[in-house]
Design a binder for this molecule. Structure first.
Ligand code: FAD
Length: 288
C-alpha cells in the first residue's frame, strides 16, 4: 500500500502505563480499506519538530527507504478499528524516553501525525484450549483476541504488567481466566513471572496431553525463546503455537528484527483473521 498520514483525534491514558492514541479521518478509512490492515500496523515516526517525510515504494512495491527512514519504523497492534467511523486506536506502552515511539508518545498532542505503512499478521486460532502469555506490549493484542473469541472458548491468559495499577477489566468469554502478574516496580524484561507461569501451568484434565492447547506468546525476547522450548517439551505442536518476540531488552526494534526476525520461526500456527487475509507475510520484512 501507499504510506498514509494518520492524524491523532484523541489521547487516553487508560492505565498509568498505557496510552491509547485514537486516529481518525479519511486516511484511516483508506487504511481500513487495505485488506490486511490488522492485527498489526507498521507505523512511521516523523523526526521531532519536522513534518512527515513519508517513505515511498519502488516499482516492485517494496519500501525504498532513504537516509534514516528505515530506522523510524515500529510495529504496533491495531487495538481496535472502527471502519464505519474511520477511527483506529493504538495502545502504547509508556516505557520512557529511550525509544523512538516511546519518546514520541510522551510529547504528542491532538492533530499530530504518524505514517501508516501497512498491516497484517497472524492471530490465535480459535477452538481447543486457549493459553496466552504476554507482557504489556502484548496487552493490546491479547485484549483484541479475547474480544474476537467465540463465546464458548475456554482457556487461560497470563499478563505481566508494571504494577497493580495496570490491572483492569477485560471483555472475554466466561470460560477464560485471566491472571495478572504485576512486576511491583521492577524493570520490564527483568523478571521471570511469565516463565514461572508457563512452568506452573495446569490445564483441565480433558486437555492434559496438551495436543489441543492453542498457545500464543508475545513478550520480551528471552521469554519467547523460553516459551518455544517449553512448548516443545510439554507437547504443544508447532501448528498449535504462535510465539513472537515483541521487543528485546538490549536492542531497538529495527536491530531486533535484523538479528532474529523477532525470534519467529516460519512453521508455527498459520491462522489469519477471517476477512483480512492476503499475502501479508512480506510486509514485515519490507518494513525492516
Ligand atoms: C507484532 C507486534 C505488535 C506490537 N504491539 C505493540 C503494542 O500494541 N503496543 C506496544 O506498546 N508495543 C507493541 N509492540 C512492541 C513494540 O514494537 C516495541 O516495544 C518497540 O521496541 C517499541 O519501540 P520504541 O521506539 O519505543 O523503542 P525502540 O527504539 O525499539 O527501543 C529502544 C529501547 O527501548 C527498549 N524497549 C523497547 N520496548 C520496551 C518496553 N516495552 N519496555 C521497556 N523497554 C523497551 C529496548 O530494549 C531498547 O533498549 C509490538 C511488537 C510487535 C512485533
Amino acid at each position: 500500500m501507499t504510506a498514509l498520514e494518520i492524524q491523532i483525534a484523541e489521547i487516553v491514558d487508560y492505565t498509568p502505563q498505557m496510552r491509547r492514541v485514537v486516529f481518525a479521518g479519511e486516511a484511516v478509512a483508506r487504511y481500513a480499506a487495505h485488506r490486511p490492515c490488522v492485527p498489526n500496523i507498521k507505523i512511521y515516526f516523523p523526526r521531532p519538530g519536522e513534518p512527515i517525510d513519508l517513505p515511498v515504494t519502488d516499482e516492485r512495491g517494496r519500501w525504498a527507504f532513504v537516509g534514516d527512514q528505515r530506522s523510524r519504523v515500529r510495529t504496533y497492534t491495531v487495538r481496535w478499528l472502527d471502519e464505519e467511523n474511520s477511527r483506529m486506536a493504538i495502545d502504547f506502552v509508556r516505557h520512557g524516553d529511550e525509544g523512538l515511539a516511546s519518546a514520541w508518545v510522551e510529547r504528542i498532542s491532538v492533530g499530530d501525525k504518524l505514517g501508516a505503512l501497512g498491516g497484517g499478521g497472524l492471530v490465535l486460532k480459535p477452538g481447543g484450549y486457549a493459553v496466552m502469555f504476554g507482557d504489556e506490549t502484548a496487552l493490546p493484542a491479547i485484549s483484541d483476541t479475547l474480544e474476537h473469541m467465540p463465546a464458548g472458548q475456554t482457556g487461560q491468559v497470563f499478563i505481566e504488567v508494571a504494577a497493580e495499577s495496570g490491572i483492569h477489566e477485560l471483555a472475554k468469554p466466561e470460560g477464560i481466566t485471566v491472571t495478572w502478574l504485576p512486576r511491583g516496580g521492577k524493570p520490564a524484561g527483568s523478571t521471570r513471572l511469565l516463565i514461572q507461569a508457563m512452568e506452573n501451568l495446569s490445564v483441565p484434565e480433558g486437555f492434559a496431553d496438551m495436543s489441543a492447547v492453542h498457545l500464543w506468546v508475545s513478550a520480551e525476547s528471552e521469554v519467547v525463546r523460553f516459551a518455544r522450548k517449553w512448548a516443545a517439551m510439554v507437547g504443544i505442536g508447532r501448528a498449535n503455537r504462535l510465539i513472537i518476540g515483541y521487543w528485546h531488552r538490549d536492542l531497538n526494534e529495527v536491530a531486533y528484527g535484523k538479528l532474529s526476525d523477532h525470534d519467529r520461526v516460519r512453521d508455527e500456527m498459520d491462522y489469519e483473521r477471517p476477512g483480512h487475509e492476503e499475502d501479508h507475510r512480506h510486509d514485515h520484512d519490507h518494513a525492516h
